[in-house]
Design a protein around this ligand. Structure first.
Ligand code: GLU
Length: 327
């Protein structure tokens, strides 16, 4: 695959390999779909902490490719909340919407390598196929043998899928057992360009982890299933996956995950009650027993008194649930 990349991307590949070998880099990558809730903020805090404890740089990337889901003002509120908590990122804010050229170059290189194929299955058809169990979501490969052409057929454009090889997709999971999914049975051929023309989240995210030299991806456990498709794309690019830290999710009193789009509990409530950032950091950290309940401390103070190994022990998941993947 490497040979198919245009020269500027091959140069980038060499630079990134050097960077990853010598320095650690983490990122926080929210989608601007609403105000961050406390679970998102706790993830941001831990992503910052885990990266800083390793002396790494911490980037803020806004995953805003899926424009219909973006909400006006969401990015500004994300930045405000992070600053209020004292979580300062390195360098400029990165926006996926401004990096489409990079993703498109990688997509064309993959297309030239013959690993992509057009898929003309409708959502409805795929829903019908998985209906009896309803949850699998693994593409059964109906269009694998279609002749590639970009054009309209029955007034529909195809989506483009990455053809996965049989075998397992593996990654280093820092807070649970080693990540391992069967490529064909548990992941299935990954959509890289959607039928509506949007570049897919898995493509953009995998390309960014690579091109930004990310060594540590710290994010919520809900994204554990997204790791298989992203590792598949990284493998195609000939790149080792970063290390993944999938964090416990914050549940509400009813045992439901907080959700940004439902306006789940955010910082506004604490700010309206007049709480200081030190109290907020104390509460976020105490919710995982990183500090005693009632502690008040800044993000910097939390960093000074934390140790990576202790943190890893406290956050370690007993097991990873296989979300919606049938065995
Ligand atoms: N932007 C996505 C989200 O907010 C994914 C984040 C990630 O990969 O860390 O859910």
């Amino acid at each position: 695959m490497s040979a198919l990349l245009p020269t500027h991307l091959r140069t980038l590949q060499a630079e990134v390999a050097d960077l990853r070998a010598t320095a650690r880099r983490g990122r926080y990558a929210p989608s601007p779909t609403g105000r961050l809730h406390l679970g998102n903020l706790r993830t941001a805090l831990l992503s910052w902490l885990i990266t800083r404890l390793q002396g790494g740089e911490w980037l803020l990337r806004i995953d805003d490719l899926d424009t219909p889901r973006n909400r006006p003002g969401a990015e500004a509120s994300i930045q405000d909340d992070l600053r209020w908590l004292g979580l300062f990122w390195d360098g400029p804010v990165l926006r996926q919407s401004e990096r489409r050229g990079l993703y498109a170059s990688v997509l064309s290189a993959l297309r030239r390598s013959g690993q992509l194929y057009p898929c003309r299955c409708s959502r409805r058809m795929l829903a019908d196929v998985s209906a009896p169990h309803g949850r699998s979501g693994v593409y059964p490969g109906f269009c694998r043998s279609l002749t590639p052409h970009w054009g309209l057929k029955d007034r529909r454009l195809p989506s483009w899928r990455l053809r996965l090889e049989p075998g397992s997709l593996q990654w280093q999971e820092q807070l649970g057992p080693e990540g391992c999914l069967d490529a064909l049975r548990e992941v299935g051929d990954v959509v890289l360009r959607r039928a509506d023309g949007f570049l897919a989240y898995h493509l953009a995210t995998a390309v960014d982890e690579w091109a930004l030299g990310i060594t540590d991806v710290v994010r919520g456990l809900d994204l554990w299933p997204a790791t298989g498709p992203q590792v598949a794309v990284l493998e195609q690019l000939g790149v080792d996956p970063p290390r993944y830290w999938h964090l416990p999710l914050w549940m509400d009193a009813q045992g439901q995950r907080l959700s940004k789009r439902d306006g789940g509990l955010g910082l506004a409530l604490w700010q309206d009650q007049g709480l200081s950032p030190d109290v907020a950091i104390g509460r976020l950290a105490a919710s995982l027993e990183l500090v005693p309940a009632g502690a008040k401390l800044s993000a910097e103070e939390l960093l000074q008194q934390s140790q990576l190994e202790r943190l890893r022990r406290l956050l370690r998941q007993p097991q990873v649930v296989s979300f919606g993947v049938e065995s």
